[in-house]
Design a protein around this ligand. Sequence first.
Ligand SMILES: Cc1cc2nc3c(=O)[nH]c(=O)nc-3n(C[C@H](O)[C@H](O)[C@H](O)COP(=O)(O)OP(=O)(O)OC[C@H]3O[C@@H](n4cnc5c(N)ncnc54)[C@H](O)[C@@H]3O)c2cc1C
Length: 498
Amino acid sequence: MASSEKQKVNLVWFKRDLRLSDHQPLATAIASDLPCLLIYNFEPLLLEDPHYSLRHWRFVAQSLKDINQQLEKYKAEIAIYNQEMVTLLEMLSDEFDIAGVYSHQEIGLYNTFERDRQVKLWLNNKAIPWHETPLGAVIRARPKQFDWQAHWHSVMNQPLVTPDWHNFKTVLPKNYQVAKYTERFSEQDEKFQYGGPHAARACLQSFIEQRAKGYQSGISSPSKSRESCSRLSPYLAWGNLSLRQVYQTLKYYLAKQPLSWRRSLHAFESRLHWHCHFMQKFESQCGMEFSPQNPAYLHYPYRDDELVTEHLKRFEQGQTGIPIIDACMRCLAATGYINFRMRAMLVSFMTHHMNIHWHPVSLILSRYFLDFEPGIHYPQIQMQASVTGTNTIRLYNPIKQSEDKDVEGMFIKTWCPELKSLPIEDLHQPWLQPPMEALFNDFKLGEDYPEPMVDLEQAAKQARDRLWSFRERDDVKQGAKVVLQKHVKSLKRQRHGS
Ligand SMILES: Cc1cc2nc3c(=O)[nH]c(=O)nc-3n(C[C@H](O)[C@H](O)[C@H](O)COP(=O)(O)OP(=O)(O)OC[C@H]3O[C@@H](n4cnc5c(N)ncnc54)[C@H](O)[C@@H]3O)c2cc1C
């Protein structure tokens, strides 16, 4: 069709920003008076990517369903596709004269960066402008001398962006049908948080009004944190809420809640800073998806023996023989969530005690984390695996964590029911049961529950020696200076971790 005969439209491309409010690209597209074509694309490149699993796409499908219900009153919907992005653009441009593409910048994996390059090339060839809005406070090509804290506060305190719905005109392609492929994402699993802006708001509200009271005291416990932490991470990761919406709601309630809550709410507020802080790190050095931030750690003596694959599999399946590790992994497999402290312990266990490279560990975890966010995930993985050369070496003792954070053993008993009958003194280390006691407990190590795949004490000693002696190398020290220069100096005055 000749360009003059085509309908002129603005294209709004939804990605990890699955909401209608505080959505600058949508608001700008609507304000320009042209009809808007709203799209989401389940791109094969992401569906096939090993970081993702069904749980992520189900969450996205739930979010789209919620948004499309909200759009019904405007007789509009987000059109859902399942194609390579440039092919989709080609197809849409056969029918429409695309005046501009509106989207958020993506702080994504390398493959999305490459895809964006191809999209940009295609758009440039057609002289179609691409209006990209920064995501939260994260900025591209950050200048060297830049007051990041001031910038963060300025972004978070700006008024929320409300689209002018009276001006909203919408359009759908002729013969549009929802991509058939996506039907497989419609199955529900109630053990997972449900996607969409409605569920996100309910979660935020219940946290700020009730659950936040126990935030500080419950944050490190794998059981208590499920209730007392905000649980906002998947909603932030998939953009059901903007960080600004969360921050401004928090500010509103901070003044209202009793003084005794303030410590918890301030601790929560600092996590909102870390959210962008980590994403900014990743944006500035996205190569950390593949390589350590400190290049000297390319030479770190990780294992490469024939048992590595089996050990990774046992980890993934929650069959390591170490109850707290297995409980965390089974809980993650079944619900998509575990708290920060346990995440850090899992990485420490696999990279330090087991001496297995952080990369395959990171893939197993990202497939399990419903809140997988590349910009937080990779800097955190590398920090916990101690491959920056700058952070404190974090070697968590799983038994100490287990005894301190699951004192009654309820978490272990929930996820490892085969250990349910053990008394608490045997629960955290079932391999230490004297034979008579094991007989009395009717428990056979190696049959009822696996033998531990490593001797923790010995492995910790070896890990400590390996980690500290490696850190003494000149190339590590040199690399650490560069890491500090790049990430820390300009963002200083922030603590990050939990
Ligand atoms: C190895 C490892 C991998 C991780 N991968 C992810 C990931 O893929 N996606 C993700 O959202 N978080 C990740 N985290 C950070 C953190 O564990 C989760 O954000 C948090 O547990 C989510 O629970 P919540 O929403 O109840 O958090 P809350 O404690 O209620 O915090 C509120 C929000 O602040 C942000 N936040 C909290 N802690 C951190 C932190 N340490 N660093 C950066 N942002 C933080 C999150 O957006 C979170 O939703 C990872 C941590 C580790 C150690």
